[in-house]
Design a protein around this ligand. Structure first.
Ligand code: ANZ
Ligand code: ZN
Length: 813
């Protein structure tokens, strides 16, 4: 036979499949549908090995589902708005549109070289007007529904460049501007938000989806629901300070209070002698990011305001401080500090020598010794120094105290979330313009639906000002009011690109749709929701929460009738460099998929990416692995195509059939479970058994069955070579339209034999075991058999005598 020649085979089949529309998915009612989705790439320019690692097993899974009788939709597109395109425009004077489209063209070609089953007719590119018109439409609908609103919110601002900065333009501990090194300040800008917090509780309900536990936990932490109470303290001058606490049971242990530096009361309560210190501290806190302020390793700092508050439960007078470990955006921006039972408060009290008052007695506490760290337990600690609540378990006291506060009118039960409303305004060009007009007479006016899309002007200038080019584009900014026809200004902010990726799975149904809603209703009814979603775990929080929120909001708009966008989720791990370091250009350890495809073929690369690691884990790249897989492809080629002179042997045929049916069962189970490495391993083992029995079975039914099985089972991983061999063997076209083989359990069963189980030589039971079971296996079967367990209860097993194929004798005393 001819040698295996991947360079000739792969492009030829790719072309033919495309011409024949083999992977076009259309509505058909003779099969159940299956919507398989993989996270769309950002068009950065090149497909890297990480894309291949995510996409090719996802593709294999989609292929397997198709062969198993499903009508599978597996689309692909590009998340094409975003910062890199705009930065390239500034640096290299290329328009973001051209930069993006050029990259997409290249990446499309690379994606085709994978031999994946993407239905390219359904490709959606988020930066095209036909797409972003609907992104804008969603904004309008959310605005109508009261989900979108505008308010002042801080952004990072460079006072020297006089411009707002994106997060990645702020550097270092002192948070300086990347261009001029000036420390950045926070500036309040009027910006648009989505009320995702209205959906917080519903987002915590994971009962309708089957997602990895790890992702669910990350979302739970991100949303961060806490139950507790709001309690109102008053300053000595009578101003109310509302606090949020998760530990109302510790109210009697408050020894000071802390306000966030941005808290509006700070200016009012600060005494004249503390004013300078307070002002300086407030200014410095404003320069830090929330992440830095919340870092647990960061040393706590703060300043006394000079003012005091009265604890409503016991009338005690406590000093009021400000400190940057209290955030304005969480709870009420003010806390009651209980150093005895909160670690942060303890550290703060230790540093500033504030009193520590124990109100929850740790088990075994003498009643007088001081604490060396905060005691935070609630399951064993009893309340002390807490009036009528003394002796109550802290756990129980939480709700008892809350109820008591409510009766006394001092506080109320409260729930808080870490989740913030979604800030979608970006002071950038390369995004979908927010479809809003500001008119002096009419105020905020939404752009009428019929005027969508609000197009990005092509002739924008990309100057390194840091301001959005839309802001100084007069032609864009100046417009007329849709309501009164008078002069008006457009909103110049664009939308966060997470907006595009929140609904792209709906765009694939009917890309750039021209109807009255963003997608074709018939397509939606048939394909939705997504059955299997694959992608990186780094999207556990933002993207995967945003898209869940979007779907719930769409449901409330009557656009869909389900609650969750993606029923199942699977996450791949990361491929590291051969040196076990993260792949990066500067380390010089980047693996280029294009070169590998040239050298070994897409089939070998795909199969290696499935075989080399547990998919959800990943690990270091090994170039010998890819080469080994190339040899495996050659082995499959020779094994299935090279004739030998037959030499029929019945016994060998039986063994081969058994292996065939066992492998079918295993490969099916492994693919269903996303266990790609064991799936490929099973096929390798199968090929070894085939090689061993080839001469004995060649030309027999058993041999032909084995050949067809290994090709069919391998087809999802290595689509080209299997198609080629299938064709050469005269089995028809296409292998990818064949039915997935079924395992016959009778044929798969190991041959069995009946043996006796004895206790001290007396027959107790007969059991059926596999022929050829090892002594160790038989011993296991014997001692664990219920009859034997019962008969030997309370006795000592002295010895187990095994005669393979005949008996197991348990000797007890
Ligand atoms: C008194 C107290 C005593 C607290 C105690 C804890 C332990 P989670 O669980 O994250 O919701 N807190 C409230 N608002 C805050 C803010 N804006 N910035 C920083 N900390 C804030 O945390 C709630 C607890 O964090 C609240 O309960 C409050 O401290 C603090 F033994 O109140 B606690
Ligand atoms: Zn107007």
């Amino acid at each position: 036979v001819e040698k295996y020649h991947h360079l000739e085979i792969e492009p030829r089949w790719q072309k033919k499949w495309e011409e024949d529309g083999l992977y076009q998915s259309d509505i058909r009612n003779d099969r159940p549908k299956y919507y398989a989705l993989t996270m769309l790439p950002y068009p950065s320019g090149d497909l890297h090995i990480g894309h291949w690692y995510a996409f090719t097993p996802s593709d294999a899974f989609a292929r397997y589902k198709r062969m198993s009788g499903f009508n599978v939709l597996f689309p692909m597109g590009f998340d094409a708005f975003g910062l890199p395109a705009e930065n390239a425009a500034i640096k290299r004077k290329i328009h973001p549109f051209h930069w993006t489209i050029k990259n997409i063209e290249n990446m499309r070609m690379q994606l085709r070289s994978m031999g994946a089953t993407f239905d390219w007719r359904r490709e959606a590119v988020s930066c095209l007007p036909g797409f972003y018109r609907w992104t804008q439409w969603f904004f309008l609908k959310f605005y109508e529904k009261g989900i979108a609103y505008r308010r002042y919110s801080p952004v990072d601002f460079c006072p020297s460049c006089n411009t707002t900065l994106a997060r990645e333009q702020v550097w270092g501990e002192d948070r300086h501007c990347e261009r001029c090194n000036t420390p950045v300040i926070k500036k309040e800008l009027n910006q648009w938000f989505f009320k995702i917090t209205d959906y917080a509780d519903e987002l915590l309900d994971f009962s309708k989806i089957e997602w990895p536990e790890r992702v669910i936990t990350m979302q739970q932490n991100w949303i961060g629901r806490s139950e507790g109470a709001e309690v109102v303290f008053h300053t000595e001058a009578g101003q109310p300070i509302k606090i949020f606490t998760t530990r109302p049971d510790t109210l009697w242990g408050v020894t000071f209070m802390v306000l966030a530096p941005e808290h509006p009361l700070v200016a009012q309560i600060t005494t004249p002698d503390q004013r300078d210190l307070v002002n300086e501290y407030v200014a410095q806190a404003g320069r830090q990011s929330e992440i830095e302020r919340l870092a647990t390793t960061k040393e706590k700092t703060g300043v006394f305001t000079g003012a005091y508050a009265i604890n409503p439960v016991n009338g005690e007078r406590v000093p009021i401080w400000i400190a940057d470990y209290v955030m304005m955006g969480y709870g009420t921006g003010a806390i009651m500090a209980v150093p005895a039972h909160d670690e942060r408060d303890f550290a703060f009290a230790t540093k500033y020598q504030l009193p520590v008052k124990i109100v929850i007695a740790p088990p075994g506490w003498s009643g007088s010794e001081p604490l060396s760290s905060a005691y935070t337990g609630v399951e064993e600690g009893l309340l002390v120094n807490s009036g009528q609540f003394n002796g109550t378990l802290a756990q129980d006291a939480k709700s008892l105290v809350t109820r008591w506060l409510e009766e006394k009118g001092l506080g109320t039960k409260a729930v808080n979330y870490r989740l913030r409303d979604w800030l979608i305004s970006r002071q950038r060009y390369w995004g979908a313009p927010i479809p809003i007009v500001y008119c002096e007479k009419c105020g905020t006016v939404p752009v009428p639906e019929k005027d969508l899309p609000v197009l990005l002007p092509e002739d924008a200038e990309f100057l390194p000002t840091g301001e959005s080019p839309l802001r100084y584009h007069e032609g864009f900014r100046k417009t007329t009011c849709p309501k009164c026809g008078g002069p008006a200004e457009r909103e110049t902010d664009t939308m966060d690109t997470f907006m595009c990726s929140s609904w792209y799975q709906y765009a694939y149904l009917s890309p750039y749709y021209q109807g009255d809603i963003p997608f074709d209703r018939k397509e939606a009814e048939y394909w939705l929701p997504v059955d299997m979603y694959t992608g990186g775990v780094e999207h556990a929080c933002m993207h995967l929460i945003y898209t869940r929120f979007f779907t719930k909001a769409m449901r409330d708009l009557g656009l869909v009738n389900f609650d969750e966008p993606m029923l199942r989720l699977r996450n791949q791990g990361i491929i590291l460099g051969e040196d076990s370091e993260k792949m990066s250009k500067s380390r010089g350890n980047v693996v280029a998929p294009d070169d590998l495809v040239q050298k070994y073929g897409a089939d070998a690369v795909r199969t290696y990416l499935m075989f080399g690691w547990r998919w959800e884990q990943g690990g270091p790249w090994d170039s010998r692995g890819a080469e080994g897989m190339y040899r495996f492809m050659n082995r499959i080629w020779d094994l299935t195509l090279e004739p030998v002179s037959p030499n029929q042997n019945e016994e060998s045929a039986k063994i081969l059939r058994r292996k065939t049916h066992q492998t079918i069962a295993k490969a099916t189970r492994d693919l269903e479970g996303f266990s790609f490495n064991t799936y490929i391993a099973a096929l390798m083992e199968f090929s070894n058994v085939m090689a061993k029995y080839k001469a004995d079975t060649y030309g027999s039914e058993a041999w032909n069955e084995a050949v067809q099985a290994i090709l069919l089972l391998l087809a999802p991983a290595a689509p080209h070579i299997t198609e080629e061999i299938w064709n050469r063997l005269g089995l028809g076209y296409s292998i990818h339209s064949q039915k997935w083989p079924e395992s016959n359990p009778e044929l798969a069963a190991e041959e069995t034999v009946e043996i006796v189980l004895q206790v001290n030589g007396k027959i107790r039971e007969k059991v059926v075991v596999a022929v050829g079971s090892s002594e160790a296996e038989l011993r296991e079967i014997g001692v664990n058999h219920p009859t034997i367990v019962k008969a030997t209860e309370g006795k000592t097993v002295k010895k187990v005598i095994i005669v393979p194929g005949r008996l197991i004798n348990i000797v007890i005393v």
